[in-house]
Design a binder for this molecule. Structure first.
Ligand SMILES: [Zn+2]
Length: 380
């Protein structure tokens, strides 16, 4: 089998901090080409021409009957300070591979590449596709959305999709994501009248107006009827004023809140609720929608993954729709989508790492999944 540790290390060496590519797509494309895949690196540009992102579509097989897609990203978040080693020069330490992107999600990409290359040596009737994006961490338009548009136009939408994002919790294989809550960002703004803090009759405190509304929404009772998802939750994330003196009240304040919401709500319903709740407060609201909650309930995909995990690790997987949202929210309207990958507790942190054994086991799980998906498996 191809060496998943060496491929993952090659990917980590590319400084592909969103939206930079630094040659990472070529590394994947060259690997897949050598395994017999057709590869197509595509650059998608934003409508204003300012952003451009490299994406990869690769496929093995020409059957239109049974198409399994692997969706992933090869961009990473900035490394930040305080690493014990160079974040872009992966090292092995105490049984771990350390480097930016090892878990999120170059390890998952490397594992599926190696598994697919191995599986492609067999006879099978079906098609394996790779949909890899270069801007998942901060974008989506020039990545997954444009890539899916292209797949629709060229009739390359898969029937089922596996996303290799980190999904495991304490040990490899203990959690599969079947969906995620939706996400919406709300900016709360207030404009008041500046003044000396000792003269309340002469000022209007914009900070008080914003805080009153944020606290009101923190006390809001959200429905929780759809038990497939964790509870809907609102969290304030940022607060800004234009004041730096402790005896002055600010005339301009804004706060940001993020709401993670179950399928009891959708973005437009949340807009309505927040606008209605804000009627008695002196604030204005702006919304940025990330996507609605989604869930995949396909029994076949679920059981194939559960049994592949069990065979390799002995672990009984559980299903969840918690965690942060993913590109699955765009995929789900086209095909069944599940998410399974490495342990997610060190992603976006300094000294990001994965057990070397987990990477090796993930490749084996993906290979078993491919075998059972395309060839059938007596355990299923
Ligand atoms: Zn990720």
């Amino acid at each position: 089998m191809a060496d998943v540790i060496s491929l993952c290390s090659d990917l980590v060496r590319c400084k592909s901090v969103t939206p930079h590519d630094d040659g990472v797509m070529e590394v994947v494309a060259n690997f897949l080409k050598a395994a017999g895949f057709e590869t197509n690196i595509m650059i998608f540009r934003s409508p204003d021409g300012k952003n451009e992102v490299k994406n990869l579509f690769a496929k093995y097989g020409s059957s239109k009957e049974m198409i399994l897609g692997f969706l992933g990203h090869v961009d990473v978040v900035p490394p930040g300070d305080g690493w014990e080693s160079d974040p872009f020069e992966p090292i092995q330490k105490n049984g771990y591979l350390v480097g930016r992107g090892v878990c999120d999600m170059k390890g998952g990409v490397a594992a599926f590449c190696c598994a697919a290359a191995e599986f492609a040596k067999k006879e099978f009737a079906g098609t394996i596709e790779f949909l890899l994006t270069g801007d998942e961490e901060i974008g989506t338009y020039e990545g997954i959305q444009s890539l899916l548009d292209w797949c629709c136009k060229t009739e390359n939408i898969p029937h089922d999709c596996l996303i290799g994002e980190p999904s495991s919790s304490a040990v490899l294989g203990d959690r599969i994501y079947l969906g995620h809550r939706g996400s919406i960002n709300v900016t709360v703004k207030a404009v008041g009248k500046q003044g000396h803090v000792a003269y309340p009759d002469d000022f209007k405190n914009s900070l008080s107006d914003v805080c009153r509304f944020v606290v009101h929404m923190l006390n809001y009772k959200w429905d929780h009827n759809d038990q497939r998802f964790p509870k809907t939750n609102l969290e304030p994330t940022m607060l800004f004023t234009n004041n730096y003196a402790c005896n002055v009240v600010p005339d301009q304040t804004s706060a940001n809140m993020n709401i993670r919401f179950s399928a009891d709500y959708d973005s437009s319903k949340l807009r309505e609720i927040l606008l209605k709740e804000s009627e008695n407060f002196d604030v204005s609201l702006e919304f940025i929608e990330s996507g609605n909650a989604f869930y995949c309930d396909d029994d076949r995909l679920k059981s194939l993954m559960v049994s592949s995990i069990k065979d390799v690790t002995g672990v009984d997987a559980t299903f969840s729709a918690g965690g942060g949202t993913s590109d699955g929210r765009f995929m789900i309207s086209h095909c069944n989508t599940i998410e399974f990958g490495l342990i997610d507790n060190v992603i976006h942190q300094k000294n990001e790492r994965s057990k070397v054994q987990d990477l090796i086991d993930l490749e084996k799980i993906y290979l078993l999944f491919l075998e059972s998906y395309f060839l059938g498996n007596k355990n299923i």
